[in-house]
Ligand binder design. Structure first.
Ligand code: UDP
Ligand code: MG
Length: 345
């Protein structure tokens, strides 16, 4: 067979699955089986894009072997660990389908649910997210912090970020093209989809426990994600600083009046150092806290302004037919590099 036959295939691609992988060797064999089963039952040609986020175990070796065997698989190897949000961005940038589904590798996002997402997409929804009804096999600590996280996001941000929704979702071409135009470095992907509007809906599912291996989202990573979410989508912390400052000035003014009055009417000299120490340490605490908040925003500006690429690709496997197909359609070598730039630049 030649390039033109693969060309037909690539242009007909309807679904892309994007799956980030970070040290998932324990779950990969099972995942691959479930993904192949899903690709087989989807009603149109589909691809599965695995994004290796700098794994240090045998995940990459295994994936390379799989991609060599299965023409519907593709592999993007990032040059180091860029984090989950960037990894799924790299996958979405490379996706060629009309509808793109992002899902975790650990089978906590069951592949069968994708069929329900697709149904909703066919009804005309541009973004279909999967909402977690119940979470199994997660510690009470994880559930508690997750619940605080979703409620905090609701209170603090100005865009609609649906509750109990992670990054398991289907997006249509229009949403994907909009997403690609959003250049921010500090990514909170679910907020970005909330922000862009379009017809959105949810499908509920019960979230099973991780199929194998351990969570790659320890507490500090979740905290960082939460901070990115709030800072990226809300100016409330800055306003909070303003109001706290005003309130404290008010209290200080009253205290001043009290001091003057107690001096004027000499009902007792201002007493001991306890009150002084309390006030000073309280105020310096508030001061540091507020400076820290401002620092987060300034840090955000700093990292945006450097304009570095979001991620660095070390190696691509399994994309040959897509690139060749694009050339086939236009028939020049120039388009090859241009399309490569467009898809991965
Ligand atoms: N992941 C990643 N890069 C990271 C951390 C995680 O690509 O730095 C991937 C991981 O391999 C998995 C998904 O992101 O496919 C979700 O991670 P995990 O299941 O560990 O998170 P949890 O479900 O515990 O929140
Ligand atoms: Mg998981």
């Amino acid at each position: 067979m030649n390039a033109s036959s693969t060309g037909v295939r690539a242009t007909q691609l309807r679904y892309s699955l994007v799956i980030p992988i970070f040290n998932e060797e324990a779950v990969l064999p099972l995942l691959i089986r479930r993904i192949v089963a899903l690709l087989d039952v989807l009603d149109a040609p589909a691809e599965a894009i695995f994004v290796d986020d700098g794994s240090t175990d045998t995940s990459v070796i295994y994936l390379r072997g799989m991609v060599a065997e299965e023409p519907r698989f593709r592999l993007i190897e990032l040059s180091r660990n860029f984090g989950h949000q960037i990894a799924i961005t790299a996958g979405m940038d490379a996706a060629a389908g009309e509808a793109v589904v992002v899902m975790d590798a650990d089978l906590q996002d069951p592949p069968e649910v994708v069929l329900q997402l697709v149904e909703k997409w066919k009804e005309g929804y541009e973004i279909v997210y999967a909402r977690r009804m119940r979470r199994e096999g997660e510690t009470w600590f994880k559930r508690l912090t997750a619940s605080i996280f979703y409620r905090l996001m609701e209170k603090m941000t100005s865009v609609d970020i649906p509750r109990d929704v992670g990054d398991f979702r289907l997006i249509g071409r229009k949403a994907l093209d909009t997403f690609k135009q959003m250049p921010e470095r500090n990514r909170f992907v679910r907020g970005m989809f909330g922000w862009m509007g379009f017809k959105q809906t949810a499908v509920s599912f019960e979230r099973p426990a991780r199929a194998a291996g351990e969570t790659k989202y320890p507490f500090w990573k979740m905290l960082r994600l939460a901070v990115h979410g709030v800072i990226g989508f809300s100016e409330k912390p800055l306003r909070m600083a303003l109001w706290a400052g005003l309130a404290i000035s008010g209290v200080a003014a009253l205290l001043g009046l009290f001091a003057v009055a107690s001096w004027a009417f000499s009902f007792g000299v201002v007493q001991g150092w306890t009150s002084t120490v309390v006030i000073v340490s309280f105020l310096s605490g508030i001061n540091l806290f507020m400076t820290g908040i401002v620092g987060l925003y300034v840090g955000g500006i700093h990292s945006e302004i450097k304009r570095r690429p979001l991620y660095v690709i070390d190696r691509l496997t399994g994309f040959e037919d897509v690139l060749r197909a694009e050339v086939d359609n236009r028939n020049t070598e120039a388009t090859l590099s241009a399309s490569r730039d467009r898809r991965f630049g």
